[in-house]
Design a binder for this molecule. Structure first.
Ligand code: NDP
Ligand code: 2IT
Length: 447
């Protein structure tokens, strides 16, 4: 990078938080892509927008104590990073996974700032979670953990302040427990969380939104080169909320999903995955993807998740977790003729793998654009809560589709305008940044 101001800023971040590799990875990528913007926008440099945007407005870290089924007291660490409220209340999911730490939550909160700006809806960026491991826990343990977590979190959130939602390990069950506890503590029925159940203020199509939105975004990328999902072989990593509904929409658009995974391994079904069986195993039974091959024929199970990228496919949709697609995986995909890679997960592709895919002319949809359908539909849930109305599935889905198409357009246009046509990584970063930066500049420095 030629810009000394940007390289100094990156060096200062590295010196300040050397133990936050995920956050530094996300920040570096955004800052590097802003080089052509800063050449034209000295005003944003003068307003200190960059130094401010990389530092969270507020970071809350708290003890979460709860009692397990054996009566033993357990202690986890809870986080909420309220990163940026320039364009709206903090908005972003809660992740429950043993790998959660401040670096992970900061990277996710940082990405969320730009993603939320791209949705066109008024939402700031935030993220939270805990190192609690939901695997193997009973419903009662999950409930007690969620209640304890919310007892502290409720002091820091609110419908006009900060509106959390789900992420890894947080789905409808957990949002229900969290919402119940907030209501109990505050004696207030408000849209303080999204991803709620349909009987208490949730939106139709929120469950499907991230996966569906990912496919709408991918459809737009493909359309620009005269292609579509029709007849394409698709590999999807993960088998959680995002992966399942990406698989559903892929099939509806005429593609064939041949693989899914979890953190232990992947299944390969050359004739196509039976999604009803996957839903039964993962959504109802909360089991492992390996069980799939015991319940059907024509599929094989393979230990380890990285091998999934060696499967021949036209489209790859990483939908599990950060840094799951490395350079070897990207090389295998290119060798096998992949046309498009779009990120359902947040930052699933390592930086050297992103570069390799772009250098090899693979269409690449970065997560902050391609997976924005989830938070966009959360924004639509907030709108419906404020209106005290609920829209039909078709209406929400149509708005989601329009938003994903507009995000694609914004990213593609920004990429072209700032000298990197076709590079949606740069385009999404620039388009998201400019909206937030204008708002930060307008609101002055000591806000
Ligand atoms: P779920 O908890 O529903 O599913 C997560 C899936 O990813 C599971 O299959 C899980 O396997 C796998 N996974 C989790 N951690 C790892 C790991 N360390 N290594 C390998 N596999 C792993 O989460 P979601 O589907 O909601 O989230 C998936 C991704 O999408 C995340 O990156 C999330 O941030 C992102 N995302 C989610 C949105 C949403 O609306 N839910 C919106 C936008 C992005 P296992 O069961 O073995 O842990
Ligand atoms: O990463 C994400 O965008 C999410 N987990 C969804 C956040 C939300 O507020 O719906």
């Amino acid at each position: 990078m030629k810009n000394a101001y940007l390289s100094d800023l990156i060096a200062s971040l590295e010196a300040r938080d050397p133990n936050q590799p995920e956050f530094l990875q996300a920040a570096r990528e955004v800052l590097e892509s802003l080089e052509p913007v800063l050449e034209r926008r000295a005003d944003l440099v003068a307003a200190g927008v960059l130094e401010r945007i990389v530092e969270p407005e507020r970071t809350i870290i708290f003890r979460v104590s709860w009692v397990d089924d054996q009566g033993k007291t357990r202690v986890n660490r809870g986080f909420r990073v309220q990163f940026n409220s320039a364009i709206g209340p903090y908005k972003g999911g809660l992740r429950l996974h043993p790998s959660v730490n401040l670096s992970v939550i900061k990277f996710l909160g940082f990405e969320q700032i730009f993603k939320n700006a791209l949705t066109t809806l008024p939402m700031g960026g935030g993220k939270g979670g805990s190192d609690f491991d939901p695997k193997g826990k009973s419903d009662g343990e999950i409930m007690r953990f969620c209640q304890s977590f919310m007892t502290e979190l409720s002091k820091h959130i609110g419908q006009f302040t900060d509106v959390p939602a789900g992420d890894i390990g947080v789905g409808g069950r957990e949002i229900g427990f969290l919402f119940g506890q907030y209501k109990r503590l505050r004696n207030e029925v408000v849209g303080v969380l999204t991803g709620k159940g349909l009987t208490y203020g949730g939106s139709l199509a929120r469950t499907e939104a991230t996966g569906y939105g990912l496919c709408y975004f991918t459809r737009e990328m493909l359309r620009d080169v005269g292609q579509s999902f029709q007849g394409k072989t698709v590999v999807i990593s993960g088998s959680g909320n995002v992966a399942i509904y990406a698989a559903e929409k892929t099939a509806q658009l005429g593609g064939k999903v041949v693989a899914l995974s979890d953190s232990a391994g992947y299944i390969y079904a050359p004739d196509g995955i039976d999604l009803a069986l996957v839903k039964q195993l993962k959504e109802v039974e909360r089991g492992r993807i390996s069980e799939y091959v015991k319940r059907t024929t024509g599929a094989s199970y393979h230990e380890g998740c990285a091998g999934i990228w060696n499967l021949k496919c036209d489209i790859a949709l990483p939908c599990a977790t950060q840094n799951e697609l490395d350079l070897d995986g990207a090389k295998a995909l290119v060798r096998n003729g992949v046309i498009a890679v779009a990120e359902g997960a947040n930052m699933p592709t390592r930086p050297d793998a992103v570069k390799y895919l772009l250098d090899n002319k693979v269409l690449f949809g970065p997560g902050k654009a391609a997976n924005a359908g989830g938070v966009a539909t959360s924004g639509l849930e907030m709108s419906q809560n404020s209106l005290r109305l609920s829209w039909t599935f078709e209406e929400v889905d149509k708005r989601l589709d329009d938003i994903m198409s507009s995000i694609y357009k914004a990213a593609a246009e920004a990429a072209a305008e700032y000298g990197t046509p076709g590079n949606l990584v740069a385009g999404a970063n620039i388009a998201g940044f400019l909206k937030v930066a204008e708002a930060m500049k307008a609101q002055g420095i000591a806000y």
